[in-house]
Design a protein around this ligand. Structure first.
Ligand SMILES: Cc1cc2nc3c(=O)[nH]c(=O)nc-3n(C[C@H](O)[C@H](O)[C@H](O)COP(=O)(O)O)c2cc1C
Length: 187
């Protein structure tokens, strides 16, 4: 099983990359769960705004733009996701929403968990995501890490509270369990 840790901010100087690296570091310590973890930076895919002529639900993975093809292959290559989600204007990141919208079957029956960050932990964005991803038959787990921007970032950068490691462990426990349950639907 492979789990993708997706950094959903594409902003130059994004804080999300440090969060993604922290999630990956903890994931790599879970040597006994038989899961491979990959850190994915959405910014690396340079996706244009919804630029395919056929709607993703009908395209059957037959895309025209090289960016969409590469993105679709990456999403297809993992079984479940941890999305590292910022919150912009009390909502989801437009770049990540576009990345979600340009594909469809690639998301189906995959488990998803959220690590969010913001002034209020990014919880408003994640509540929106939980509704959005359901449309692609993704299944979200309850556990979440909601990092507090004004408490866990300082002069020395990202310094998560001690309890976050345990919270992240619960996120992975629930995500791996859900990904296994969904496996027959994906195959
Ligand atoms: C356009 C924009 C809107 C924002 N709106 C919110 C918001 O509604 N709630 C919040 O907690 N933080 C908000 N912020 C602050 C972000 O949490 C902060 O900039 C964070 O670093 C964004 O993640 P990133 O650096 O990975 O892009 C906003 C930032 C931007 C750029």
């Amino acid at each position: 099983m492979k789990i993708g840790i997706l950094v959903g901010s594409t902003r130059p100087g994004r804080l999300g990359s440090a969060v993604g690296a922290w999630v990956k570091e903890h994931a790599d310590q879970r040597s006994d769960d038989g899961v491979e973890y990959e850190l994915i930076e959405l910014a690396d895919f340079d996706l244009p705004l919804l630029s395919e002529p056929t709607v993703p639900g009908a395209a059957n993975r037959d895309y025209q733009r090289p960016e969409t093809i590469a993105w679709g292959k990456k999403v297809d290559s993992v079984d479940a996701f941890v999305w590292v989600s910022p919150e912009y204007n009390h909502g989801v990141s437009a770049a990540l929403k576009n990345a979600f919208d340009v594909l469809y079957p690639e998301w189906n029956h995959k488990a998803i968990a959220f690590v969010s960050y913001g002034a209020d932990g990014g919880v408003r964005a994640v509540e929106q995501w939980r509704c959005i991803v359901a449309n692609a038959m993704m299944v979200d787990v309850r556990a979440q890490v909601a990092l507090q921007l004004f408490e866990e970032w300082g002069e020395s950068g990202f310094t998560p509270h001690d309890r976050r490691a345990d919270e992240l462990g619960t996120v992975f426990d629930q995500l791996v369990q859900m990904a296994k349950v969904l496996e027959p639907l994906r195959s």
